[in-house]
Design a binder for this molecule. Structure first.
Ligand code: AMP
Ligand code: GLY
Length: 448
């Protein structure tokens, strides 16, 4: 097989690495790829812009590729899948109509409401004054969202009405003309991925992403600062509910709109304190950095899953298999991210980190004259596997300590909520208390 991957982040590096491990995959062409894909076996970076649909289609045709996998949301929202399909090039990724599930929060909300999919109550506004009047009538906290694509940065969780009103001004000043004001949901967030051929779907293992820049989940939202999988929160019973209450009705609603959705349906969910799953957002692609923990645990060859979706044969695919254990990915970001960030700094220590048994995924790197340089806000993702979360966390942090670049920042608390809690330090129990405790419990037994 010959496969083309569109994109240049850690997610695309993870997809390329997984595909390169299969004997069935003979060549991988990355458009444009990054410093990580440049060094993978069977992999070739092609310096082409992801928005050059005509160039990509022509090159794919000449190379005789089996299918194209589209990583990021922008080309999908701009219709790359439609274009490639018109040129008879098979593609993993939904059409422009399907990508609206991510590209327009209003469209996605309307689809969910109509399909009865549980989600936060929200209203949309094209006039800032109307948004502010609505905010004044609602109890805080509130969430203010820009309608279009914003790379995870168009969402403000406002603790007060004043902050929500400020968010309306800020997002309007950034050029967003349509806003959504949403009810604030509490609970635990989880990322759920379904691959679909448009007719049926299969879920992958779940992941928990750390979206905020600061430790303890504080500060600004980012694209994701670290992640772990599988999410212990999602029991098989809860997954059954997510499939029945969220994924199946959403896919049905897409089908009812005659949308050709072959790709990933990614549900960002809040598991509310009552245990009910509610949708925060849908995305039309694999998550980044979630892919960097999900794919290393995948045992079924990835190209089989992707091809089954592209060829609309997912129903016939044998059950997807997984390696046992856990995966943890810690993201190293450039100074300033998620705001204006440094770039062009030399990165050292990647090889030393990898000798410690981790995979270093390149998210924003560039190779230039034998040097590896930073070129994005999220620079690297260090993924470690372990038989449990403790082993994976220790390995990931041990390895990331080998890596250096000017202004490098990473959170030190990734996956810490799933580590075993340290036993509280207790004073040695006096012998007399031990005797008393034994006496009480044997007395209890006698009473029974
Ligand atoms: P989104 O891009 O819609 O997923 O929003 C980015 C992040 O903002 C989410 O991962 C949540 O942490 C937070 N968020 C979004 N919507 C809500 C909501 N209705 N209630 C609470 N937090 C939210
Ligand atoms: N990690 C969040 C996303 O991919 O949107």
């Amino acid at each position: 097989m010959k496969i083309m991957i569109v994109g240049s982040g850690g997610r695309e590096h993870a997809i390329a690495l997984k595909l390169s491990e299969s004997e069935q995959v003979k060549q991988i062409l990355c458009i444009p790829g990054n410093g990580g894909t440049a060094n993978l076996p069977k992999c070739r970076n092609i310096a082409m812009n992801v928005s050059d649909f005509a160039g990509i289609a022509r090159f794919a045709g000449v190379q005789g590729i089996n299918f194209v996998v589209v990583g990021p949301e922008d080309p999908l929202a701009n219709g790359i899948a439609d274009y490639l399909q018109e040129q008879k090039i098979p593609v993993f990724g939904p059409t422009k109509a399907g990508a609206r599930i991510e590209a327009s929060k209003i469209w996605a909300k309307a689809l969910m409401v109509k399909a009865g999919v549980p989600t936060a109550k929200g209203e949309s506004f094209t006039k800032p004054t109307a948004a502010k009047e609505y905010i004044a009538s609602q109890a805080a906290p509130l969430v203010v969202k820009a309608d279009g694509l914003a790379a995870g940065k168009g969402v403000v969780v406002a603790q007060t009405q004043g902050e929500a009103i400020q968010a309306v001004d800020d997002l309007t000043a950034q050029g967003f003309t349509t806003l959504v004001v949403e009810e604030y949901l509490t609970g635990a967030e989880v990322s759920v991925f379904a691959v679909t051929d448009g007719q049926t779907f299969r879920t992958l293992i779940t992941a928990q992403d750390h979206k905020r820049i600061g430790e303890g989940d504080t500060g600004e939202n980012t694209g994701g600062m670290g992640v772990y999988a599988p999410a212990p929160l999602v029991t098989p019973e809860l997954m059954g509910r997510i499939e029945r209450e969220i994924l199946a009705p959403t896919l049905n609603a897409l089908q009812a709109k005659q949308i050709d959705y072959r790709g990933v349906l990614y549900a960002g969910l809040m598991i509310t304190p009552s245990g009910d799953p509610k949708v925060l957002e849908f995305n039309c692609r694999f998550g980044d950095p979630e892919t960097q923990v999900i794919l290393p645990l995948l045992a079924t060859p990835l190209e089989k899953i992707l091809a089954a979706c592209v060829e609309q044969k997912l129903e016939a695919l044998p059950p997807i298999e997984w390696h046992p254990g856990c995966a943890v990915c810690v993201v190293a970001a450039a100074e300033g991210y998620p705001g204006k960030y440094r770039r062009g700094d030399e990165i050292t220590g990647v090889d030393a980190a990898e000798t410690m048994g981790v995979t270093v995924f390149h998210a924003g790197t560039q190779s230039r004259q034998q040097q590896l340089l930073t070129s994005g806000g999220r620079v690297l993702g260090v993924t470690a596997l372990g038989e449990d979360f403790k082993a994976a966390v220790d390995k990931a942090y041990g390895a990331i300590a080998q890596i250096q670049f000017e202004g490098m920042y990473y959170r030190r608390d990734i996956a810490h909520q799933v580590l075993p809690k340290p036993k509280p330090a207790s004073a040695p129990t006096p012998a007399s208390e031990e005797v008393e405790a034994t006496a009480i419990s044997s007395a209890d037994l006698e009473q029974e």
